[in-house]
Unconditional design. Structure first.
Length: 373
């Protein structure tokens, strides 16, 4: 997909012009394309990316998937990997006559609060390559709404830059990395100290531990075999509890098919899942992990898969760069620091999750395809 188009005023009606602002030769030459555009008026809103019948088919497929799953046409289009958000943004920017930021490093949102909450994170005051501009997200709303936001900024005398939602989210993540990292590491201790293991324990605990050790040592001296028998029973109880939990889960699993038989929610009724997978030194299992996640029987438009890696993990970084990840997967890089633990990494990623529910898998997990449903 690519090409040009133009918009009349704040709307999105194609306007004949010279060069790239004209409909592509393929569209002009094809009566089939003209007929399809005439019969499906909403396609004209996307004229700036239509160059062939394949582009129209992709838009129609995205529209069908959007209706089926209850998501936007653009979300379905990007998940289908027919066009990247950045290429779409560039095409729309050319049509509107404004520049586009193709990389998140080109924009700075550190000191730029969102202009209006009613615009759903679409318009920001920020900087583009050091210059103050109005930054408009091109990929989270229909083209008509983006065009209206650009027109509003122009009327206010503001310079405008279009960029993708992916670039905006990456810029915001970079701007808030220090706060997210602090919350991931010490947030629970500050908010709910009673639930945190990072707080100092009661003063009686060390004394109680010393007394218990003394009793065990004294008992062992008096009767070694009897002490070992008692310790074996005591230490076995937690493992017995875990075994009972697994037996109960197995019993529930055996009853589950009869309970849910015939019940399959429609894709439109399904929630959005954020699937978080913490990776550390996992380059070898990455291909099979990605394949397992792709086999999930769940609409890709409602999956937000976060592959969470440590900034210091060069091997896994290299493997991810060499892997063609599907559009519903994104990489979250946790800034280096201590403690370098899985809970810290997942806490950091949790602040960036966009799903209604969160599920956590290990890198070695191979979930059943219907598990999320």
């Amino acid at each position: 997909m690519g090409g040009g188009g133009n918009f009349a005023g704040d709307g999105l009606s194609p306007v004949p012009a010279a060069g790239m602002h004209r409909a592509s030769p393929a569209v002009q030459a094809s009566a089939t394309l003209r007929d399809r555009l005439a019969k499906t008026p909403w396609l004209n809103d996307y004229a700036f990316v239509i160059q062939s019948q394949a582009d129209i088919e992709a838009l129609l497929d995205a529209h069908f998937e959007a209706e089926h799953s209850g998501v936007s046409v653009l979300a379905a289009l990007f998940v289908a990997d027919f066009i990247t958000p950045e290429r779409y943004t560039s095409a729309l920017a050319r049509a509107l006559g404004v520049p586009a930021a193709g990389y998140d490093i080109d924009i700075d949102l550190r000191d730029a609060p969102q202009r209006a909450s009613e615009q759903n994170g679409m318009v920001y005051d920020g900087r583009h390559r050091g210059i103050a501009v109005r930054i408009v997200c091109a990929t989270d709303e229909p083209p008509a709404k983006v065009a209206a936001a650009v027109a509003d900024a122009r009327r206010e005398g503001q310079a405008v830059v279009l960029t993708s939602g992916r670039c905006i989210r990456a810029s915001l993540e970079r701007a808030s990395a220090a706060d997210n990292l602090r919350n991931a590491t010490t947030g629970l201790k500050r908010r709910r100290p009673g639930f945190s293991a990072g707080r100092a324990g009661p003063q009686w605990q060390p004394l109680a531990l010393a007394v218990c050790i003394g009793l065990v040592v004294g008992s062992a001296v008096a009767n070694l075999h009897g002490t070992l028998a008692i310790l074996t029973v005591v230490l076995t109880l937690p493992f017995l509890g875990g075994l009972l939990v697994r037996v109960a889960a197995l019993a529930g699993l055996l009853r589950a098919p009869a309970r849910i038989s015939g019940h399959r929610p429609s894709d439109r009724d399904l929630p959005v899942y954020s699937v978080m997978v913490a990776l550390y030194d996992e380059a070898d299992v990455l291909p099979s992990l990605v394949a397992a996640l792709c086999r999930l029987d769940y609409p890709a438009t409602k999956l937000d898969c976060l592959l969470v890696i440590e900034d210091s993990d060069a091997a896994t970084k290299s493997a991810l760069l060499a892997t063609d990840l599907p559009a519903f997967m994104r990489v979250v890089v946790v800034p280096d620091g201590e403690p370098r633990t899985k809970p810290r990494a997942l806490n950091y990623a949790l602040a960036l999750a966009r799903g209604d529910y969160v599920v956590i898998y290990d890198a070695e997990d191979r979930p059943e395809p219907d598990q999320l449903r």
